[in-house]
Design a binder for this molecule. Structure first.
Ligand SMILES: [Zn+2]
Length: 174
């Protein structure tokens, strides 16, 4: 596993004064949440009016869910972060271990389980550690068995070599 230098911003559990920058980011996040919610509402209305559209959307969601499942990461590939949200609550979040901070990992805004508000920006964060211990170094995988050439392929190769041999001999004699 490659070494990643994790970043921290403030100490989530200590006193934290929101900066002007924090307020601005939170405002942007709320505006984005509103726009997304509007789009979702519009799409829901269209799906209610058009069953074929609703079915296509259901299938698209299923495909995404299957894809997410196939990307499921092992515990030792996940870093846990302690983060302080704009509302002042401290929550834990997780990200793939290669991200140096939880905002970079796409955690621009979160839902707070305490005040049940969406679109809350992360204002302070620190890494806690990996979700699980990496497994013991495994035995190196055995090399793949040599590919068995089919008889036809061998014959083709022999023919090609013979031709090449003839060509070289002709060149030497010429
Ligand atoms: Zn909260």
């Amino acid at each position: 596993m490659r070494e990643v230098e994790y970043r921290s911003n403030g100490v989530p559990l200590e006193e934290y004064t929101l900066s002007r920058w924090d307020h601005r980011r939170q405002k942007q996040s709320e505006e984005t949440s509103e726009r997304v919610q509007q789009q979702v509402d519009e799409d829901n209305a269209k799906c209610r009016a058009d069953p074929a559209r609703a079915e296509r959307r259901r299938q698209a969601f299923e495909t995404v869910a299957r894809l997410m499942q196939s990307f499921k990461k092992q515990d030792h590939e996940i870093t846990r972060w302690r983060v302080r949200l704009y509302c002042g609550h401290i929550i834990e979040t997780e990200a793939h271990y290669t991200y140096t901070d939880p905002i970079d990992a796409g955690g621009y805004s979160k839902r707070c389980p305490e005040c049940r508000k969406d679109g809350l920006t992360i204002v302070a964060f620190e890494p806690i550690g990996l979700r699980g211990e990496p497994p013991e170094a495994r035995e190196p995988a055995p090399p793949p068995p040599p590919k068995k050439s089919s008889r036809a392929e061998l014959e083709r190769r022999v023919t090609a070599l013979e031709r090449e041999n003839e060509r070289l001999r002709a060149e030497l004699n010429g």
